[in-house]
Ligand binder design. Structure first.
Ligand code: ZN
Length: 479
C-alpha cells in the first residue's frame, strides 16, 4: 500500500540529476552562461506567474515582453511580504493551495519535512517582527536547492568528501529551532525521510534548552560536523573555551544570521577547525555559499539579487545596500519577483581569485537594529549594529552578547557565559559602551547589566543582537 500523501518527502532524482549537471556546467560557462540562464529562467517565471497567479496577473504589465526578447526586471513592481501574505491564495500558482490548509499542516509537528498535497514542501519564517511568512516549494525548487547545497559548498576536507560523498561516516549535530516548520529543520527532516539509514548520524538539538543540557548532549553525541547559527556557535565556543564543551568537530557550518569575522576567528581557534558560512533565507534556501577563499558567491544562475538604497534605487557593486530585492528563478509555485528581502548586501567590484564566475557578495542580515540614542544636547546619535558588535567582539572579546535599548540613553546588556565569567564580561562591555558614548557626547549613558538573564531568542531560535526601543516596522523585515 502506498504511503499517505503527507508521509512522502518531495524528491525527484531525475530532476536533481538534470539540475546538478547544469549547476556544474555554469562554473565552466562563465558570466555569459549565467546571464543567459538568468534571462531564460526569468522569462519562464514571468510566464507562469502571469498564467497561474491571479495576484501577479494584476501586478505584471499587460504586455508580455517575456514572450521573446529582453525582460526589463527593473520595470516590474517591488513586492513586500505583508501584501503578498494578505493575498496568499491569489499569489500561489496552484489553486489547490489554500492558506488555511497550509496553516493546519504547519501546526502539526509530525508533518515537518513531509509533502503538502503530496507534492510540495512548506515552511514558515519566524518573524522577529511582523507576520511570519509561509513559503511553498515545488519539486524543481527543492532539486535546485539540493544541487546548490551539494555542489557549490566548498569542503575543507576534499579527501574525506571523495571517500564519503554522502556524509555516511559523519555525525551531524544541528543546534537550532526544533519547535516549528522552519526552513532549516524542514530541510533536515526531509533528508532524514529520504535517507532513513542516516537517522542515527543526525541529531537536532533545540537552542531553547538550558546551555548545560546542550553541552552535555553534544559531549555525548560527539559530532564531526556542527551546524548552527553564528550566535549559537559563539555560545558553544564560549563553553568550549571554559572547558565544559569537549567536542572536536572537523567542520562547523553556519547560516541564518550574520557571521562576523571575530566570531568566525574565535570559533575556529577554540574548536581547531574551519567554519563554513552560507547565506540562505526562507525565500531561497541556498542564496550563496563560500568558496575555498572564504568568500561568499551568490548563486546568480538561480536567484537574482538587486541591492537598493532607502528609496529603492539600484546600487552599483561596492556599495552596501539598505535592502535587497530577490527574484527566485527556481520556484514557480509561489512566484517571488523583486521581493524586498530586507538584508544589506554588497556586491564586490572585483572578481574572486578562486576563478568562479559567480559574483562575490557580503551580507549583513536584517536581524539587528540601528540604535538611535540621544546625546547630552538632545541630538540623535545613531549606533550601527555592526559597529556595536565589532566593538564588543573585537575590542572587548565578548562574542555572546545582547544589547536591548530601554530608552534614549539607556541600554540593557546581557551575556550568555557562565555566572562569574558573565559578571566580568558585562563589566568589560559596559566600560567599552561608556567610552563609545563619551566619544559621541553622551555622558549620561545608563547601562543596565543583566547577569544570569538568558539571551532573548525569537521563535526560530535566532538572536537579535541589537534590539532598538521600537523595532523598525519596515515591510518585509522579519526573518
Ligand atoms: Zn571565490
Amino acid at each position: 500500500m502506498a504511503l499517505p500523501d503527507f508521509q512522502v518527502p518531495v524528491f525527484d532524482a531525475l530532476r536533481l540529476t538534470a539540475v546538478g549537471l547544469d549547476v556544474a556546467a555554469v562554473q565552466r560557462l562563465g558570466a555569459g552562461g549565467i546571464a543567459a540562464r538568468q534571462a531564460g529562467r526569468l522569462r519562464a517565471l514571468l510566464r507562469v506567474a502571469r498564467e497561474r497567479s491571479a495576484l501577479y496577473r494584476e501586478l505584471l504589465p499587460t504586455s508580455a515582453p517575456e514572450a521573446g526578447g529582453q525582460v526589463e526586471l527593473a520595470a516590474l513592481a517591488v513586492t513586500h511580504k505583508p501584501a503578498l501574505m494578505e493575498r496568499f491564495d491569489d499569489w500561489v500558482a496552484d489553486p489547490a493551495i489554500r492558506l488555511e490548509e497550509v496553516r493546519t499542516f504547519l501546526a502539526d509537528p509530525d508533518r515537518v519535512g513531509s509533502a503538502f498535497l503530496g507534492r510540495y514542501i512548506v515552511w514558515e519564517s519566524s518573524g522577529t517582527s511582523g507576520e511570519p511568512g509561509v513559503f511553498v516549494k515545488d519539486a524543481q525548487a527543492m532539486a535546485v536547492y539540493d544541487a546548490l547545497e551539494a555542489l557549490r559548498r566548498h569542503t575543507p576536507r576534499p579527501l574525506q568528501r571523495m571517500v564519503d560523498p554522502l556524509y555516511l561516516s559523519e555525525r551531524l549535530a544541528f543546534v537550532g529551532a526544533t519547535g516549528g516548520h522552519f526552513a532549516s529543520v524542514v530541510s533536515l527532516e526531509r533528508l532524514r525521510r529520504l535517507n532513513p539509514w542516516l537517522g542515527a548520524a543526525f541529531h537536532t538539538l533545540s537552542i531553547m534548552r538550558p546551555t548545560a543540557e546542550l553541552v552535555a548532549e553534544l559531549n555525548a553525541f560527539a559530532p564531526t560536523i556542527l551546524a548552527s547559527y553564528p550566535t549559537a556557535v559563539a555560545l558553544l565556543a564560549e563553553q568550549a573555551r571554559l572547558g565544559a564543551l569537549a567536542i572536536r568537530p572537523a567542520e562547523i557550518w553556519t547560516g541564518g544570521e550574520t557571521l562576523t569575522a571575530a566570531v568566525r576567528e574565535h570559533a575556529e581557534q577554540v574548536f581547531g577547525c574551519s567554519v563554513r558560512n552560507s547565506y540562505g533565507a526562507s525565500e531561497f534556501l541556498a542564496i550563496g555559499g563560500e568558496c575555498a577563499h572564504g568568500r561568499l558567491h551568490a548563486n546568480a544562475d538561480w536567484v537574482i539579487l538587486e541591492p537598493v538604497d532607502e528609496r529603492g534605487r539600484p546600487l552599483p557593486p561596492g556599495k552596501a545596500s539598505h535592502s535587497v530585492l530577490l527574484t527566485n528563478l527556481a520556484n514557480h509555485v509561489q512566484p517571488l519577483i523583486r521581493y524586498d528581502l530586507g538584508d544589506s548586501v554588497r556586491f564586490a567590484a572585483e572578481p574572486c581569485a578562486c576563478g568562479s564566475p559567480l559574483p562575490v557578495i557580503e551580507v549583513r542580515g536584517r536581524e539587528d537594529d540601528p540604535l538611535v540614542m540621544q546625546d547630552d544636547a538632545g541630538r540623535h546619535v545613531t549606533w550601527l549594529p555592526l559597529a556595536l558588535s565589532t566593538l564588543l567582539e573585537e575590542d572587548v572579546g565578548v562574542f555572546d552578547f545582547q544589547l536591548v535599548q530601554r530608552g534614549p540613553r539607556t541600554l540593557a546588556l546581557r551575556v550568555g557565559a557562565s555566572s562569574e565569567d558573565a559578571a566580568l564580561a558585562l563589566a568589560r562591555c559596559s566600560k567599552a559602551l561608556h567610552a563609545l558614548a563619551r566619544r559621541d557626547g553622551l555622558h549620561g549613558l545608563r547601562c543596565i547589566e543583566e547577569p544570569g538573564q538568558p539571551l532573548l531568542r525569537g521563535s526560530s531560535g535566532k538572536v537579535q543582537r541589537v534590539v532598538a526601543l521600537e523595532s523598525d516596522p519596515r515591510p518585509g523585515r522579519s526573518t
